[in-house]
Ligand binder design. Structure first.
Ligand code: TYD
Ligand code: MG
Length: 455
């Protein structure tokens, strides 16, 4: 009979065979403790086939009525949730501290509270502070009941007695389950708290929304360790200096993932932005070099965004590559393809890339727009102001068509764009409603946009 390692670090969850004062995996001191061991091997007791209860098995064809969903009336939120909030579900809303999670959820609680009782429990703020925020949001009379508490046992007892339709727990890092012997915010505590709340939600048919802070340092257990335990994971993101906020579904058992909702942080809380393209492009200057408009798809919606590039001589010997809103690795790839396949080098210059408005773009279809913005900045030649660009760049310098061309083109036409530069094999609708400029490969694209380039 072998005994599995039974010493577990409370900070990072790493298991080891022996105790030590300092965790080898994360370097934390005094976090390792013994856990009830698992045994396996020949001498271990097996569950055996005859001890349990036989499960009733169903088939896949049984028709269930569609899940009843509660709509908040905040369109951007309902869409990200996949068409409203599902009862007996657990939703995690993650994001940087100060991004607006509490504001969003107080507004959501007020909206849902009109249909079913809503309870908002804060472990971060006193009830007075929550009331002040509600007053600022114009929600002072909203049917939401609030409490400031961190003891999970008391919270569950209260929810059990009150049986609300929606319970918001702000935040999982401040909550504390007294049967787990570690500090609030540690992996063990956060896991236990989420487990208890998710189980409670399922058993009592209550929709539970959990707030989780993401910390860059990873010191405190972030929402990442509990993502698999909940039904829906939403991230609330945005750049601090910008007033746009994006709520993104990264996991959703009841709807599409990757859906986004766009909000604007105003003096009176978060306001919905129902036409994000118009907003993301509203700050665009007249045809400036280094700017390209990408017709993207976020979830089920087309969104136009401006990609901005700047190529500047490097004051230091080493060239900088800085990216906001896009993947740094992907930028290096596009730069390398431009250099080796088109002979357009950026050599010792600093290269900066920015997605305007604080959106994070993750589609490969943005490659071509990024390449266009980069070369436009390098050549100091502006791209046509009324053109949108989309397509994926492959390492060979060939262009790959992007999916959902029709939706992208329709959005571009709606916003007054006159033409689209797309890879030649893009599947186009019969009447795109906009002039199409197909390009065979990256070289042809650069020739078309910038004429002869000094290489
Ligand atoms: P908050 O919801 O407290 O963030 P989180 O819960 O994610 O930590 O929001 C914090 C910021 O939002 C704060 O810096 C102030 C700003 N804010 C507004 O701009 N307008 C408002 O109406 C409210 C309530 C907050
Ligand atoms: Mg908060």
């Amino acid at each position: 009979m072998t005994r599995r390692p039974t010493f577990v670090c409370a900070a990072c969850g790493a298991a080891s065979a022996k105790w030590s004062g300092r965790c080898d995996a994360c370097g934390a001191w005094n976090t390792i403790s013994e856990e009830a061991g698992l045994t396996d091997g020949p001498g271990a007791k097996s569950l055996g086939p005859s001890r349990g209860r036989k499960l009733a098995l169903g088939d896949l064809a049984t028709t269930e009525p569609p899940l009843p969903r509660a709509l908040s009336g905040i369109g951007e939120l309902d869409r990200v949730l996949g068409g409203g909030l599902v009862p007996a579900s657990a939703t995690l809303v993650g994001g940087d501290p100060g991004i607006g999670k509490s504001t969003l959820l107080l507004q959501a609680a007020a909206a849902f509270g009109r249909q079913a009782p809503a309870i908002y429990v804060s472990g971060e703020e006193a009830t007075g502070q929550i009331r002040m925020r509600a007053a600022r949001l114009g929600l002072a009379d909203a049917p939401v009941r609030v409490a400031a508490e961190t003891n999970l046992r008391d919270i569950l007892t209260t929810l059990e007695a009150e049986r609300p339709g929606l319970a918001i727990i702000d935040s999982i890092q401040t909550m504390w389950a007294d049967h787990v012997d570690s500090a609030p915010g540690s992996v063990a505590q956060v896991r236990a708290v989420v487990h208890e709340l998710v189980t409670f939600a399922k058993r009592r048919g209550i929709a539970v929304v959990l707030v989780g802070h993401v910390t860059k340092e990873g010191q405190i257990a972030g929402p990442r360790v509990v993502e698999h335990m909940v039904d829906t994971v939403l991230y609330f993101e945005g750049e601090r200096g910008h007033h746009f906020r994006i709520l993104r579904a990264v996991k959703n058992r009841f709807g599409p993932a990757d859906e986004i909702g766009v909000f604007e942080m105003t003096g009176a809380g978060l306001a919905e932005v129902s036409n994000p393209s118009a907003l993301f492009l509203s700050e665009r200057e007249s045809a400036a070099p280094g700017s390209a408009v990408f017709a993207g798809i976020e979830g089920t919606r087309p969104v136009l965004v401006e990609i901005q590039a700047l190529v500047a001589p490097s004051p230091l010997g080493t060239a900088r590559r800085a990216v906001v809103g896009w993947d740094g690795g992907r930028l290096s790839m596009v730069l390398a393809v431009l250099e080796s396949r088109c002979g357009i080098g950026f050599g010792p210059s600093d290269v900066y890339l920015n997605v305007a408005g604080g959106l994070r773009v993750s589609e490969p279809a943005a490659d071509l727009a990024v390449a266009a913005a980069l070369v436009s900045a390098r050549q100091d030649i502006a791209l046509p102001r009324d053109a949108v660009i989309f397509g994926e760049v492959s390492l060979s310098g060939a262009l790959r068509p992007a999916p959902q061309a029709e939706a992208r083109l329709r959005e571009a036409a709606k916003l007054g764009f006159a033409s689209a530069l797309v890879p030649a094999r893009t599947a186009l609708p019969a009447s795109p409603g906009i002039a199409i400029d197909p390009v065979a490969d990256l070289n042809a694209f650069m020739d078309k946009c910038f004429g002869p380039i000094d290489r």
